[in-house]
Design a protein around this ligand. Sequence first.
Ligand code: GRF
Length: 225
Amino acid sequence: MKRIVILISGRGSNMQAIAQACAQERWPAQIVAVVANIPQAAGLAWAQQQGLTTLALDHRQYANRADFDAALLEACQAYQPDFIVLAGFMRVLGESFVRHFQGRLINIHPSLLPAFPGLHTHRRALEAGVKWAGATVHFVTPELDHGPIIAQAVVPVMAEDTEASLAARVLEVEHPMLVQCVRWMVQNRIYLEGNQVVHIDREPQYLLHGFAGYARANPGAHHAS
Ligand code: GRF
């Protein structure tokens, strides 16, 4: 049984997608804890209702970033995770935390990295006028949103898009992509070797799957250009 800890900050829809796939597909895995840095995070309430172990570690209760990181590290270690998923976790993690779980820590970011790391991703993508957006799952390294890429999914940007409409379109491909990546982790199909992601079967072709899935679900959609 793989032991998974999921870190969230808000709604937790990516966490829900993982929890549902884990239960429905009977993964040889267990979500041993859902941890949030915001006690009011809606995802925590959902996780509690599902009977999952939850923990709120309010980062505002700590004097500085290092203290919060140390507390988070201790809490996560106590759950003895095989790996940790950052699923909409909006705090930058310190180097000691990242190094401790290196190769066992993955993140989803709603842009096609290395474009638009950090906050306000969708706003910046619209301002830049990009025609394609998407999401990236990557192993976490100390540099924010820069770790080795496991998978990417793309969606078109429409002329009439707002931040909200683009975020919603990207979120649709986030869920199946993140679930696929966690499935791969559970099955030991991917691992980190130095700076390279090794996929034991073949190179993951998630980008194509993501777009094909989007195109099937939205047959009338045209590219904005
Ligand atoms: C997702 O778009 C995630 O990529 C980003 O924040 C959003 C979180 O959504 N970092 P949710 O909490 O998983 O619903």
